[in-house]
Design a protein around this ligand. Structure first.
Ligand SMILES: *Cc1c(COP(=O)(O)O)cnc(C)c1O
Ligand code: SF4
Length: 408
C-alpha cells in the first residue's frame, strides 16, 4: 500500500517537474536571442577611444569619462554614423532638453543601434517635442519645507543635492530639476536641509539624491554622510544614483572607503535593461556590496525598452547576480518630453503577473504608480483574490488555479 503510494507520488512529481520545465522553455529561447555584446562593445569602445583620442587608462578614470561626455551631434555621428536628418533632429531636441552621454554608456550600443535600449535612453528623440505632459506632475514644488528637501512621508525625506547626472536620460522623470547648467546645491542649502533633519526627530530615513548623488565630490558626500551619521534619530541613509549604470568607473575604492564609514547605507540605482548589466557595472556593485552597502534597483517601465515580460524577467535575474535586489518598477509618469515612453498600467500588471511564481521572489520588485500632486507611491499588483466571503476566501495561484481557504 505504502509502496504504491510512493510510486504514485514519484510519478506525479515527475509529471509536475516536466510541466514546470516547460514553463521556462520560451523564456530560455528568448534569452538565447539576446545579442552577445562582448565583441560589439569592444569594437564600439575602440572607435570611441579613437574619436576622443583616449587611452585604456583614461577609460577607467571617471573624471575622463565625465569630461569626455558626448553632447555634440557631430562627435556622436563620427562615432556611430548618423544621417544629416538625424543630426538635425538631435540638435533641435537638444536645444530644449540637454543631453550628455558618458563614453562608457555609449559603448553599450548594439550594432542595430537605433532600436537599442541604450540608444533610446540616451539619444534625443524628436518625439520629445510632442505636446502634452506636465512639467511637474509630482508637484514637488509644494512639498519642500526647507531648501533641497522633498517631504511626502511621515518618517523619511529626500535631500536633493545636485542637478548633475553622468547621463541625461531621455525618460528622466525629474526633468524639471535637471536644469540648463550643471550645478550642485550650495553648501548653505545642504546645511539647511541637514538642520531640518536634525530638528525633526521623526525623520529616521534620509535619502540623498538629485540628479545623481554620486556626482558630488567625495569630500562633499562625506560631509553630508558624516553630518547625518551624527544625528541620533537618523537610523538609515540612502543614496539615489544611476552611476553604477551610466558611469560605473565613479565607484572607486576611495569612494567606497568613505561610504564604508557611515553604515547603514542603502543605495538604489536604476538599471532598466539587461544589456546594462555589464562587467563594469558588476565591478562597481561588487565594490559597493563589499563596502557594506545594501543595493536595490528602481527601474522605470519604458515603452520600447523594457515593457516586455521576458526583458524584465531577465533584467531582474541579472540584477540578483550582481547583488542588486529589484525594489521598484515605476510606471512612467506624464512628464513633458517623455510621454512616448509611457506604457499602460495593464502592461505593467501583465509584467508583474509574468514574474510571480515563474521566477525567484527575490527577483520581483513592487510595481508603483506615483500619485499626482506628490501624494506618494501606490503599489499595484495583479489581483490574486477572487472572492472574500464570511467563511471562505477564494484565491488564484500564479498558474491561475482557483483555490479556497477558510476565512478565520
Ligand atoms: C520615493 C520617496 C521616498 C522613499 O520612499 P520608499 O517607498 O520608502 O522607498 C521618500 N521621500 C520621497 C519624497 C519620495 O518620493
Ligand atoms: S540619472 Fe536619474 S535624475 Fe539623472 S537624468 Fe537619469 S533618470 Fe534623471
Amino acid at each position: 500500500m505504502r509502496e504504491a503510494g510512493n510510486t504514485d507520488n514519484l510519478s506525479q512529481s515527475l509529471l509536475r517537474s516536466k510541466e514546470l520545465k516547460k514553463d521556462t522553455l520560451s523564456f530560455l529561447e528568448h534569452v538565447k536571442s539576446l545579442p552577445d555584446m562582448e565583441k560589439q562593445v569592444a569594437k564600439r569602445k575602440r572607435k570611441i577611444l579613437e574619436v576622443l583620442d583616449g587611452t585604456e587608462e583614461d577609460w577607467v578614470n571617471w573624471k575622463w569619462q565625465l569630461r569626455n561626455r558626448i553632447k555634440d551631434s557631430v562627435v556622436l555621428a563620427k562615432i556611430i554614423g548618423l544621417s544629416d536628418l538625424d543630426k538635425k533632429r538631435i540638435d533641435k531636441v537638444g536645444k530644449l532638453y540637454r543631453w550628455a552621454i558618458s563614453p562608457y554608456y555609449l559603448s553599450l550600443l548594439t550594432e542595430d543601434f537605433q532600436s537599442s535600449p541604450i540608444y533610446r535612453q540616451a539619444i534625443p528623440d524628436i518625439r520629445e517635442l510632442a505636446p502634452g505632459g506636465s512639467l511637474d506632475p509630482m508637484n514637488e514644488a509644494t512639498t519642500s519645507p526647507a531648501p533641497c528637501v522633498t517631504r511626502r512621508y511621515p518618517d523619511r525625506m529626500i535631500i536633493n543635492v545636485t542637478n548633475q547626472c553622468a547621463m541625461y536620460c531621455r525618460h528622466c522623470q525629474r526633468r524639471r530639476n535637471i536644469g540648463e547648467v550643471d550645478q550642485h546645491a550650495c553648501l548653505e542649502d545642504i546645511g539647511a536641509a541637514i538642520d531640518y533633519v536634525a530638528q525633526n526627530k521623526e525623520i529616521r530615513d534620509v535619502l540623498i539624491t538629485g540628479g545623481d548623488a554620486l556626482m558630488l565630490s567625495n569630500q562633499t558626500l562625506e560631509f553630508i554622510l558624516d553630518k547625518l551619521h551624527n544625528i541620533s534619530h537618523v537610523e538609515i541613509k540612502r543614496i539615489g544614483t544611476r552611476i553604477p549604470v551610466t558611469m560605473p568607473q565613479r565607484i572607486t575604492p576611495e569612494l567606497v572607503d568613505i561610504i564604508r564609514k557611515y553604515p547603514p547605507i542603502f543605495i538604489n540605482t536604476q538599471f532598466n535593461h539587461p544589456l546594462e548589466v555589464t562587467p563594469e557595472a558588476k565591478l562597481a556593485c561588487d565594490r559597493l556590496a563589499e563596502g557594506g552597502v545594501v543595493l536595490g534597483n528602481q527601474a522605470v517601465l519604458l515603452r520600447g525598452i523594457n515593457d516586455e515580460p521576458f526583458v524584465m524577467r531577465k533584467l531582474c535575474q541579472e540584477l540578483l547576480k550582481i547583488r542588486v535586489r529589484p525594489y521598484y518598477i515605476f510606471h512612467a509618469k506624464n512628464v513633458q518630453g517623455t510621454c512616448h515612453f509611457q506604457t499602460s498600467i495593464a502592461q505593467g500588471l501583465n509584467i508583474m503577473e509574468s514574474l510571480r511564481g515563474h521566477t525567484s521572489g527575490l527577483a520581483i520588485p513592487t510595481f508603483i504608480v506615483n500619485a499626482p500632486g506628490g501624494l506618494g507611491k501606490i503599489p499595484i499588483m495583479p489581483n490574486y483574490i477572487q472572492k472574500i466571503q464570511k467563511d471562505k476566501v477564494f484565491l488564484r495561484t500564479w498558474e491561475g488555479k482557483i483555490i479556497q481557504i477558510e476565512n478565520r
